[in-house]
Design a protein. Structure first.
Length: 460
């Protein structure tokens, strides 16, 4: 229960995007006035949805990608979805020419990844470190670890991805794991397999795990009460790391017992290493899930990379979206109507004029008022039903012969069509207890009806 409460606090503090509307983005003006169609965009959306789910895509489009308009005469939402498609499908930029012209996609790709890469990298780094884990949540999750590893709160390991890097010699990229050219990154996860830190990528041959541990400055990223599990390849570098830290000690690191030449491990030591190896395998399971979700980083796809920094940003972005997908499942976070707008045919970020007619989420005061109004209306309905068994339930709420005019403070619902349409209104100066059903022709404040109809326009 304590871990659930801690996760709820994380959501409250760092998941405010769930309750925000789509950002306003006015399209860049082009010589073409018509919006061009992306071929097979529905199939692209479906593929991205199946790999990531609704909320990771909503987050990307509203928080990361949806900060500005991008060039080329396509819907900005669809431009963002195509960038995600490249990551999850593992296709090259040239492969995207089957959907839009190659030059157009290169322009979109460049504007997003190259426009301000340092700022994008900082944003992703901050989101990874804040959105999914706290020291307390890591401590609580570690209680589920097997003995004797309940002190371990973090895992760290290297992950190799196949690349062709145009600015480096092929030999420097050689990965002994892949037997091919590749980049290596160091990935740090908590016990829920949420990625918290990702190192900058480096050529595999010249940067082993230990060297990259020192290079990524993990000592400045973890708390002095954290304990990080490492495999045997890091052992020789821990002392160098501690030399540069005033707070961390050997107890902040957990690693297998090293076998000395000519001396066999004791039964206890061998058991310790066996349990540790099984325990450490959870980060390997993460890499497997990562590769099946983002084919771009699987061992079957070769990434042609012009800029090492772009690869690093893409890897962090994939980790962030993977975290959101996992955290949504972990906390069973519900999907709301506005989260799914990107799946609608022809949907795009609203412009300022369009925003006025879009559905907006009610704030807490409105939600509570609506709840009280419904309760009051329901109570009145049943009170009338009890007092008069011979009258139809719908007629109990308002008399059809009533010629009075009603001033509506707010319209909160409707029923019926044409001349039979009635509106559920909150009367001016009446309070929530005065919510009632009124025929359309009896409402004096027609502007309130107009406002209500605009608010539901996107659903009809």
């Amino acid at each position: 229960m304590d871990e659930v409460l801690e996760h709820d606090a994380i959501v409250q503090n760092h998941w405010k995007f769930l309750h925000k509307d789509w950002p306003i983005i006015d399209r860049v003006k082009h010589h073409r006035t018509e919006i061009a169609a992306v071929k097979d965009i529905e199939a692209i959306k479906t593929f991205v949805l199946n790999r990531l789910g609704v909320l990771p895509v909503f987050f990307f489009l509203t928080v990361i990608f949806g900060t500005r308009a991008y060039s080329c005469p396509y819907r900005n939402v669809e431009k963002g979805i195509m960038l995600l498609y490249v990551l999850v499908k593992g296709v090259s930029l040239s492969d995207m020419a089957q959907y839009i012209p190659k030059t157009s996609f290169h322009t979109i790709h460049k504007e997003f990844y190259i426009h301000n890469p340092a700022a994008l990298n900082r944003l992703l780094t901050t989101l990874l470190s804040e959105m999914f884990s706290t020291l307390k949540s890591r401590h609580l999750a570690a209680e589920r670890n097997p003995d004797p590893f309940k002190n371990v709160t973090l895992n760290l390991d290297g992950h190799d991805s196949r690349v062709i890097y145009v600015n480096a010699d092929k030999a420097s990229l050689y990965s002994y794991k892949l037997k091919k050219s590749g980049f290596r990154v160091q990935v740090c996860t908590d016990m829920n397999n949420m990625v918290l830190f990702v190192s900058a990528p480096a050529p595999c041959r010249d940067y082993n795990d230990g060297t990259m541990l020192l290079r990524m400055g993990i000592q400045s990223k973890i708390h002095k009460l954290d304990c990080i599990a490492l495999d045997g390849g890091y052992n020789l570098f821990i002392s160098k790391l501690l030399d540069s830290s005033d707070e961390l000690q050997y107890e902040n690191f957990c690693y297998p017992i090293r076998k000395m030449r000519g001396i066999a491990l004791t039964v206890e030591e061998a058991s310790y290493n066996d349990i540790f190896g099984s325990f450490r395998s959870r980060i390997e399971s993460y890499f497997g899930e990562m590769q099946s979700t983002f084919t771009k980083f699987s061992h079957t796809v070769v990434n042609k990379v012009a800029e090492k920094e772009t690869f690093g940003v893409q890897y962090k972005l994939a980790c962030l979206l993977m975290n959101i997908k996992r955290f949504v499942a972990l906390r069973n976070i519900p999907t709301e109507q506005h989260h799914m707008f990107w799946l609608q045919d022809g949907f795009d970020y609203p412009s300022k004029p369009e925003k006025e007619t879009m559905y907006t989420l009610p704030n807490i005061k409105v939600k509570l008022s609506q709840s009280e109004a419904l309760l009051a209306t329901r109570k009145a309905f049943f009170d009338m039903a009890i007092s008069s068994h011979t009258q139809a339930a719908d007629d109990d709420m308002v008399s059809g012969d009533d010629d009075r005019e009603y001033e509506a403070e707010k319209v909160i619902g409707h029923r019926g069509e044409g001349s039979e349409r009635e509106y559920h209104i909150l009367q001016k100066n009446g309070g929530v207890g005065m919510a009632t059903w009124v025929p359309a022709y009896n409402i004096k404040t027609k502007n309130k009806v107009t406002e209500y109809l605009k608010s539901i326009q996107s659903f009809e």
